[in-house]
Design a protein around this ligand. Structure first.
Ligand code: PLP
Length: 400
């Protein structure tokens, strides 16, 4: 049977596809790919074996674990490699919740109103099927959690707090260190979904006061399908995938050595270039935000104006439906995203935007533009030419 790969539907008049969806995924960096290559067909041994081929893989695995641990400021044995950010979130939440319930400590979990589905759906399942209860702390109009609300939500039976580091839809960075202090005072483990923060923010787990931290490779120029979970020594975690004793008995399954090598290389590169690249991205992002607001005065920035990811610009635009806007931008060669999930063709306003107090109708007009290493000022100028024209055309066509 013949298979065909869909072609890119649009290009800018300069012939270039402008990719502004780096929060969804990033390309694999050539240097990352190069580091991975020997571990497919040359050093292919199972790292658990006892022979030369196995040792080459085991050494690469150890080295990757040490490199990641150095960035996180933790011990190598506190790093558990996983298959993705979603798995890391699942392992953290279910693993801690079940271990605590088993020990008779309680079944109450605190989370926030601006989490990713990998967190919200996991906690919802624990509540629906396993007798847990949750308190969802609110966010303000910027999508920010107030640590005082977390403190107030703590109960004697609270066994886990899970708060995102930086939100994927609106880019807001949470005051994790302050929340971590509160959690530590009460002896409650704090998990953070740091998937969006990995390439851009400080990941030192002691600066952040966190006990569990999830990352995903494809958000910082490593491949899709590899992630990690930091688990602080002493935190009880019931494994969710059982089998061999891999990853210190916390996640069974032969480690994906080439991808883990890629993740470690990519994380190190991202953290090494963080300060210079962030500065460049902030300049481009702020110009984009200011110019969009100048040319489309009705467009509202979503998320915190300053406490936000350096590459992240997000808006709600009255009078347009996000999915239609995204299709038109795609036709013009611009890859962007929205904040709304599309189920069976009908757009639903995002829970995160609703939690920030944005009316449902307005939330349907969410646009997210996330910049990356390949983004140039020419790209931003092209977007600033195309976007207002498309929005004006659509608002005239589809009065909402
Ligand atoms: N958490 C956040 C905040 C995300 O943005 C994503 C992916 O977009 C995930 C978790 C899931 O990561 P993965 O795609 O590696 O499963």
């Amino acid at each position: 049977m013949e298979t065909s790969i869909p072609t890119l539907s649009g290009r800018t008049s300069g012939g270039r596809v402008i990719y502004l969806d780096h929060s969804a995924s990033t390309p694999v960096d050539a240097r990352v790919l190069e580091a991975m290559m020997p571990f497919f067909a040359e050093h292919y041994g199972n790292p658990s074996g006892i022979h030369a081929q196995a040792r080459a893989s085991a050494q690469a695995l150890d080295q990757s674990r040490r490199e990641v641990a150095e960035i996180l400021g933790c011990k190598p044995k506190e790093v558990v490699f996983t298959s993705c950010g979603t798995e890391s979130d699942n392992l953290a939440i279910r693993g801690v919740a079940f271990a605590a319930a088993q020990a008779g400590k309680g079944q109450h979990i605190i989370t926030s109103a601006c989490e990713h589905h990998a967190v919200t759906h996991t906690i919802a399942q624990l509540c629906e099927h396993f007798g847990f209860q949750q308190t969802v702390v609110p966010v303000d109009r910027w999508g920010m959690v107030d640590p005082a609300d977390v403190k107030r939500a703590i109960r004697p039976d609270t066994v886990l707090i899970s708060i995102i580091y930086a939100n994927n839809e609106v880019g807001t960075i949470q005051p994790l260190a302050a929340i971590g202090e509160i959690a530590r005072e009460r002896g409650i483990p704090l998990h953070t979904d740091a998937v969006q923060a990995g390439g851009y923010l400080d990941l030192n787990v002691d600066h952040l006061n966190v006990d569990l931290l999830s990352l995903s490779g494809h958000k910082f120029y490593a491949p899709k399908g590899v992630g990690l979970l930091f688990v602080r020594e002493g935190i009880a975690l019931l494994p969710q995938q059982t089998g061999g004793g891999h990853e210190g008995g916390r996640r069974a399954g032969t480690e994906n050595v080439p991808y883990i090598v890629g993740l470690a290389k990519a994380l190190k590169m991202a953290q090494d270039m963080r300060s210079t690249e962030n500065e460049r991205l902030v300049r481009l992002r702020d110009h984009l935000i200011q110019s969009v607001r100048a040319t489309l005065p009705d467009a509202q920035l979503t998320g915190h104006p300053t406490q936000r990811l350096p590459h992240h610009a997000s808006f709600v635009i009255p009078g347009v439906e996000a999915n239609v806007l995204l299709m038109h931008l795609d036709l013009m060669g611009i890859c962007a995203a929205s904040g709304s999930a599309c189920n069976t063709g009908a757009a639903e306003p995002s829970d995160v935007l609703l939690a920030m107090g944005i009316p449902p109708q307005l939330a349907l007009g969410a646009l997210r533009l996330t910049l990356g290493r390949s983004t140039t000022s020419e790209d931003i100028e092209t977007v600033l030419e195309v976007l207002p024209a498309v929005v004006r055309r659509l608002s005239a066509l589809q009065p909402m």
